[in-house]
Design a protein around this ligand. Structure first.
Ligand SMILES: [Zn+2]
Length: 165
């Protein structure tokens, strides 16, 4: 799926990311539904791939490091800086009140924004480095034509050794 990067395409991908939807088909969610979210791990972990179009969300180990360090922490740092400047400018609070008023909302924001930072990263990556199947079955993750979507990306496929367990 090579193609030029255009503003409409970037806008579509960003809109899908903000709705936590697959960047390719835009219809299926990237994360499990809230009704199936039982732990923080469920909250933070995206599905293996899109059940509709087969696009793999988690391409390789460490894939989401940049989404956490750059997008999630970066936006939260800007939020914290903004809150600090507003509180410092308009209120004369003791320093511990000021710290609490900045740190608590930033931590809550980090947790709530974690899903969006990952979906934004997936959309960003798909915009600038779209993957396509390169023949064979060893690394591509986009279905060809009407091929059925893989249930798991190749990186998480079971090894033959696990077959008897
Ligand atoms: Zn999809």
């Amino acid at each position: 799926m090579t193609g030029e990067i255009t503003w409409p395409k970037a806008r579509d991908y960003f809109t899908r990311a903000m709705r936590l939807r697959c960047p390719v088909c835009g219809s299926t969610p990237i994360f499990p539904p809230l009704s199936r979210t039982r732990s923080l791990s469920d909250w933070f972990t995206p599905l293996d791939g899109c059940p509709r179009c087969g696009y793999a969300y988690d391409r390789e180990p460490g894939y989401f490091l940049l989404s956490v360090w750059a997008i999630n922490y970066g936006v939260a740092a800007l939020l914290g800086l903004f809150l600090y400047l507003v509180f410092e400018w308009f209120y004369e609070w003791p320093v511990w009140n000021l710290i609490a008023a900045v740190v608590v909302p930033v931590v809550v924001f980090n947790i709530l924004f974690a899903r969006h930072s990952k979906s934004i990263f997936i959309a960003w990556d798909h915009l600038f480095d779209p993957h396509e199947r390169e023949g064979g079955d060893d690394g591509g993750n986009m279905p060809q034509g009407n091929a059925p979507a893989p249930t798991r990306p190749p990186s998480r496929a079971r090894l033959p050794v696990d077959a008897g367990v």
